[in-house]
Design a protein around this ligand. Structure first.
Ligand SMILES: CC(=O)SCCNC(=O)CCNC(=O)[C@H](O)C(C)(C)COP(=O)(O)OP(=O)(O)OC[C@H]1O[C@@H](n2cnc3c(N)ncnc32)[C@H](O)[C@@H]1OP(=O)(O)O
Ligand SMILES: O=CC(=O)O
Ligand SMILES: [Mg+2]
Length: 715
């Protein structure tokens, strides 16, 4: 049973009250009464509006469903569909031309182009690694990935090493060419650059040369005492790249946070990052490791001045959206508080530690707290977020617009009204980002009644997604984001396929995006190469001249004209969706892991999070609704894929097989069969329900834990 403390008319979970009052407020000199009575006022003001906005979403979806139902079997009528969306207020008038005026944004966001790493907030070991991924060894990233073909052996393989070194030096030839010859032929000479302005300085050890290209730094480390440098004709031991300029510490789709204990664990990690004292100790490769945040990096410029560069990624925090409530706080009527409002209050309060300079390091040098807001549906919800952040600033005595917002463009109503959404937050917006995974889930859900959707793999060639990606950049540029805010692109979801990433993800900077998401530090280092290859500012200048891609394309649902697939194709599609879904859900429900690498049916490890789960569950629900697959076929696929997922996890002693009475299997069935009715097609309600049940069971006697799922009160 959750233990609560009464605070200003709220019931606050004991662990949350203790965390806020003992760890967060005292260094800020803020008393608990001031904070909780301010928080109570904010909940009183914004919780009803939050509920009303959710009701509007539901009403609009009902109207869209009814419109498609009455036209079943007829070809899609784009003009009538757009008119209907205007009638129901889904499409709003475009604002007059305007430019955002966000101020006080750090260079990493406003003026420089480079990778953005995302990391689950509940994993301190990964969080520290992510924050430190500002700098990454290119030698290590190449050696440890499939960019260099062939298998890695146990020890150092000099043949593989030689390929790495050749590749890294070829990169130097492109980005920072020598005045004469190639880096491979440098010999013992000191490097003289074709463009001397690329030489920024030297490391304190005198052996590191600091270079800059397209605003990103490159260290070339000369060290004859290092095993690699010793064998190199020039003594080069490594090439280190400035990689993850920014990192999103995620409280949303990559974590499983269902109760006060989980929320406090996430908030405590965010506090550790803002104060600089987060430490994690663990064993790796037979060694005990203590991981901390890296310090800043010191150099001497050619003029002999000291130069300090940030040692850590600029940290952003992703709050949850508007949908969920949390048992961590109960409102005066006894209902759970909207989780997004609690996140805004607590993550901004923690961010204040950085703005007041209370931490060991500085995160924002320009005095901003960066909150990423996911799953906003349209301008009314963006305006709501703006007012909520105003209120939090007032409570925390922060200058107006110190809290910046990153708007995830990942719901169809936001894409269709993007300029109006940006306008609603024009004084504080620091990014727009195409979260194409959620966006695909929302596309399927919104058009649920329109007909069977394309196979998942064909979705990337559909008209809507091209228009979505193009319009996001074009509208972002038209609204003046260049030089003030990021235009971001989505996640590379195949963490082990780095050669493919190198080949394909260059498309993101080429599109005029100043950043794009990567799943790991290695991916950040390798993706940094793309920002050296492409001059994003030039691409933005070119794309700023383009007409905006047609709204009609954006609003064309990805439908298949009937059942265009063989039985084998249908089965493959179903099995693939079911396998990804089960492989992810079993870890979410049983182990509380919110982001996993799950092999697909071709054994490619895919990053699965709640957004990819939204896609697979919505896809199966759509094909069931339209009779492409039957309930029996889905049940058979669940059985087949459960056995496969059990096999894949056989090496994990803590793993509980997906047997008939597994909570995880029941959650998977609820996600599929409840997919049409689920608000927005979101998976959070079902996941939270089953995870809470799993946690409750884990706290009980083993005999209880073996009770069948049917005996659980899950509703
Ligand atoms: C649609 C969306 O919302 S996308 C945004 C949400 N998604 C994410 O945040 C993805 C984040 N990435 C991850 O969680 C992980 O990379 C996964 C789950 C995809 C793969 O994890 P694993 O299978 O454990 O990775 P793998 O074994 O290849 O590598 C683990 C190592 O890489 C590091 N690592 C992997 N991902 C990250 C990361 N995102 N940040 C920091 N370090 C990371 C780990 O710290 C670990 O190194 P260590 O042993 O020195 O600590
Ligand atoms: O949040 C990102 C997405 O693709 O969804
Ligand atoms: Mg998303």
């Amino acid at each position: 049973m959750q233990d609560y403390r009464e605070r200003a008319g709220l019931l606050v979970a004991a662990e949350l009250a203790a965390f806020v009052e003992d760890a967060v407020l005292p260094p800020l000199g803020m008393d608990a009464d001031t904070f909780w009575s301010g928080a109570a006022g904010i909940f009183a003001r914004f919780a009803p509006e939050n509920a009303a906005l959710l009701a509007t979403r539901a009403d609009m979806q009902t109207a869209i469903d009814a419109w498609f139902d009455t036209r079943r079997g007829q070809p899609f009528d784009s003009a009538a569909h757009t008119a209907m969306l205007r009638d129901i207020g889904y499409l709003v008038p475009e604002p007059a031309p305007f430019a955002i005026d966000t101020a006080g944004v750090d260079d990493e966001i406003a003026r420089r182009a480079g990778p953005q790493l995302v990391v689950p907030m509940l994993n301190a070991r990964f969080l520290l690694n992510a924050a430190n991924a500002r700098w990454g060894s290119l030698y290590d990233a190449l050696y440890g990935s499939d960019v260099i073909p062939g298998k890695q052996g146990a020890g150092y393989d000099p043949t593989r090493g030689a390929l790495v070194i050749a590749r890294a030096k070829a990169f130097l030839d492109d980005a920072v060419p020598l005045a004469d010859g190639r880096w491979a032929d440098l010999g013992r000479a000191a490097p003289v650059l074709r463009d001397p302005s690329q030489l920024v300085g030297h490391g304190a050890d005198g052996r590191t040369v600091l270079l800059r290209h397209h605003g990103l730094h490159i260290e070339v480390r000369f060290d004859d005492t290092h095993p690699v440098g010793r064998d190199d004709p020039s003594g080069i031991a490594d090439v280190v790249l400035e990689a993850a300029l920014s990192t999103i510490c995620d409280l949303e789709d990559s974590v499983a946070a269902v109760d006060a204990a989980d929320k406090v664990a996430g908030y405590a990690n965010w506090l550790g990052l803002m104060r600089g004292d987060l430490v994690e100790r663990f064993a790796k490769g037979g060694r005990d490791v203590t991981r901390r945040l890296s310090g800043d990096r010191r150099y001497r410029t050619a003029e002999g001045k000291e130069l300090v560069l940030p040692g850590r990624s600029l940290l952003l925090v992703r709050n949850v959206g508007l949908l969920m409530t949390t048992p961590a706080v109960l409102l005066p009527g006894g209902g759970e508080a909207p989780e997004g409002i609690l996140d805004a209050l607590v993550t901004a309060l923690i961010g204040l530690h950085d703005l007041r300079g209370l931490g060991q390091h500085r995160n924002s040098r320009d005095g901003s707290i960066y909150i990423v807001k996911p799953k906003l549906h349209g301008p009314a919800e963006a305006a709501f977020t703006d007012r909520l952040f105003d209120a939090v600033e007032d409570l925390l005595d922060l200058p107006r617009h110190s809290i910046k917002v990153g708007v995830m463009d990942e719901e169809r109503r936001t894409s269709a009204n993007l300029a109006a959404c940006i306008h609603a937050v024009r004084h504080r917006i620091m990014f727009i980002n195409t979260g194409f995974l959620d966006r695909t889930g929302d596309e399927i859900h919104t058009a649920m009644r329109a007909g069977p959707v394309l196979r998942k793999g064909a979705m990337k060639d559909a008209a809507w997604i091209k228009a979505y990606e193009d319009r996001n950049v074009q509208i972002g540029l038209a609204c003046g984001l260049a030089g003030r805010a990021q235009i971001g692109k989505g996640m590379w979801a195949m963490p082990d396929r780095m050669a493919d990433m190198i080949g394909q993800k260059v498309a993101h900077p080429q599109s005029g995006a100043t950043t794009a998401w990567v799943p790991s530090p290695t991916a950040a280092t390798l993706h940094a190469l793309h920002y050296h290859a492409v001059d994003v500012a030039a691409r933005q200048a070119a794309r700023g001249q383009e007409p905006v891609a047609p709204l009609a394309d954006l609003l064309t649902p990805p439908l298949s004209a009937g059942r265009n697939w063989s039985d084998a194709d249908v089965r493959e599609e179903l099995d693939n969706n079911v396998q990804g879904l089960l492989g992810y859900v079993v870890r979410w429900i049983d182990a509380g892991v919110g982001c996993s690498k799950v092999p697909d049916i071709h054994d490619v490890g895919l990053m699965e999070d709640r957004a990819t789960l939204r896609i697979s569950s919505q896809h199966i629900a759509n094909w069931l609704l339209h009779g492409i697959v039957s309930r029996d076929e889905v049940a058979a696929s669940l059985r087949r894929m459960a056995a496969r997922v059990d096999e894949q996890n056989a090496g994990d002693p803590a793993y509980r097989p997906l047997a008939r009475d597994s909570l995880a299997l029941a959650a998977a069935e609820a996600l599929i069969h409840g997919g049409v009715a689920a608000p927005g097609g979101y998976t959070e309600p079902a996941l939270h329900r089953f995870r809470l049940a799993a946690k409750a069971l884990a706290g009980q006697e083993p005999a209880e834990a073996d009770r069948p799922v049917e005996a659980l009160a899950l509703g």
